[in-house]
Design a protein around this ligand. Structure first.
Ligand code: ADP
Length: 482
């Protein structure tokens, strides 16, 4: 099957979050199953610089608002998956990240930058595609950035591939003022509730939900949650209406990149059989972050965007109580200035117990994942979440809220799950400081029982987190469409 995978980020070319991890792994896993996948991605400078063996592919002429665009063909540097990059300097050759400038301000022409991504995806998915020798059967477009793909396909009137929208986070919808409808060459009459209009705006994500042949999201629980008012961000009605075409498939993880036995980011490697070496990684992490070098102090790890979604305000709230109990905290992340400052203040007050690193740091994220004793993720909502799965794999039991992919990937520790060797972490229900603290205390009690703790660690490390199973599930959906 020919599959065009449309994404605004893909690891290791460029990454701001989980979408990049999925876009790096899923196409590779599908290819491994024998399918013919190509990734379509904007040609940001990092993409053009990291692409293996780039070659000019084709020139698309007279696109509305942007003129001529060159497509470049290359390969993913690690997996060899073919990539089509959109080379348009004015749109994509900028500093900052794919969505915003260095100060965090969103690019004012994002509607155009990602409208063009969608438009080109539609052009390449038509039977009259300029890539005459490669016409896809399926176009799998992701999040709001690819959201207009199926709308462009519908209104082109030409025969085309089947379309699948992948939702990685419903909170980001790509809603823009109505004048963009015309600028992006979309039909005026479709700016309606039965179309891509959403509360007076042009909504890229709603367009995807409305026009795609099928919709996937990244965990079964999240697929159910987004049909409710609590998690649906106003789109719950439409999603419930499309429930028959909506599928939740839990992400896998890149088990090469995230493997404590061979992770080059770690000062020392370990696996299930040499789990005692994890203590050395912890000690070196304490040294690196100038925390008090104490093997017995429970070290809590956090690697996260600092936003309301991630619920880290709850952790900040209960941190003093945890520090009193002798815990340490190693946090890496950036985002909401109030949260950054809150955690930095905590670190200033408790330099031997709390380390806060503001910024993005691949190497440190691996070191924290391996060196921490437990990993905290109190998310208010979490479509899938990857870090809790990295925690499982690294023998760093996750403490998570029962929502989305967290609920689907972590099994709470209790008598029953301990007896059946399924306990892998600690799960709480309410997004309140009290519930988080009570659950952290359960985890600390368990941590004090060395044998029990090791059982939980090993259960997690044995969990099958590979992409293969998820890729099979995606294939089944593709097959049901063509
Ligand atoms: P989201 O996509 O909502 O941010 P996920 O848990 O799905 O959350 O994925 C986040 C990914 O980004 C993980 O691979 C995580 O390790 C990485 N990450 C997040 N913040 C940082 C950071 N400050 N430094 C390094 N990696 C980070």
């Amino acid at each position: 099957m020919r599959i065009l995978y449309v994404t605004s980020e893909a690891f290791p070319l460029i990454k701001t979050g989980g979408l990049a991890d999925v876009s790096g792994s899923l196409p590779a896993a599908l290819r491994h199953l024998g399918e013919d996948v190509r990734i379509l991605i904007p040609g940001y400078p990092q993409v053009l610089a990291n692409l293996r063996d780039p070659q000019p592919l084709v020139e698309l002429k007279w696109l509305p608002a942007v003129g001529n665009v060159h497509l470049i063909r290359g390969e993913m540097p690690d997996t060899g998956v073919p990539v089509i990059a959109i080379d348009h300097r004015e749109l994509y050759d900028r500093g900052g990240n794919p969505y915003s400038d260095a100060l965090g301000q969103e690019w004012s022409d994002n509607a155009l930058r990602f409208g063009i991504l969608s438009r080109i995806a539609a052009i390449l998915s038509a039977q009259a595609s300029p890539l005459v020798d490669w016409i896809p059967d399926i176009v799998h477009f992701n999040d709001w950035q690819g959201g207009l793909t199926a709308a462009y396909m519908r209104y082109s009137g030409a025969p085309h591939a089947k379309s699948v929208l992948g939702i990685h986070n419903l909170a980001f919808q790509g809603n823009f003022p109505p004048e963009w409808v015309e600028k992006l060459g979309l039909p005026r009459q479709a700016f309606a509730p039965e179309g891509f209009e959403f509360y007076g705006h042009l909504s890229f994500l709603k367009a995807g939900i409305y026009y795609a042949d099928a919709i996937t999201t990244v965990s079964p629980t999240y697929a159910r949650e987004i049909q409710t008012a609590e998690y649906g961000f106003g789109l719950q009605g439409l999603l419930a209406h499309r429930a028959r075409d909506l599928h939740g498939i839990l992400n896998g993880i890149d088990t090469q990149e995230w493997n404590p036995a061979q992770d080059p980011h770690l000062p020392q490697n370990y696996d299930r059989k040499s789990l005692d070496k994890k203590a050395g990684v912890k000690q070196l992490l304490q040294q690196r972050l100038t925390l008090h070098e104490n093997a017995d102090a429970p070290l809590l790890g956090v690697v996260s965007r600092l936003t309301h979604q991630k619920g880290l305000d709850l952790l900040l709230h209960v941190a003093p109580a945890l520090l009193e109990q002798g815990c340490q905290l190693a946090l890496l992340g950036s985002g909401d200035p109030a949260l950054e400052q809150g955690f930095m203040l905590l670190a200033q007050q408790h330099p031997q117990q709390v380390s806060v690193s503001v910024g993005y740091n691949e190497n440190l994220s691996h070191h924290i994942m391996a060196g921490a004793d437990m990993f905290v993720m109190p998310s208010r909502f979490e479509p899938c979440g990857l870090n809790q799965m990295y925690g499982l794999r690294y023998g760093t039991p996750p403490i998570v809220r029962r929502t989305g992919g967290l609920a689907d990937s972590v099994t709470d520790t209790n008598e029953f799950t301990l007896r059946h060797k399924t306990a892998t972490g600690f799960v709480f229900d309410l997004a309140t400081p009290e519930d988080l603290l009570a659950t952290l205390r359960r985890a600390l009690t368990s941590f004090g029982d060395k044998e029990q703790w090791k059982t939980i660690q090993l259960n997690g490390m044995k969990t099958d987190l590979d992409w293969n199973r998820s890729a099979q599930a995606y294939l089944e959906i593709y097959r049901s469409l063509v």
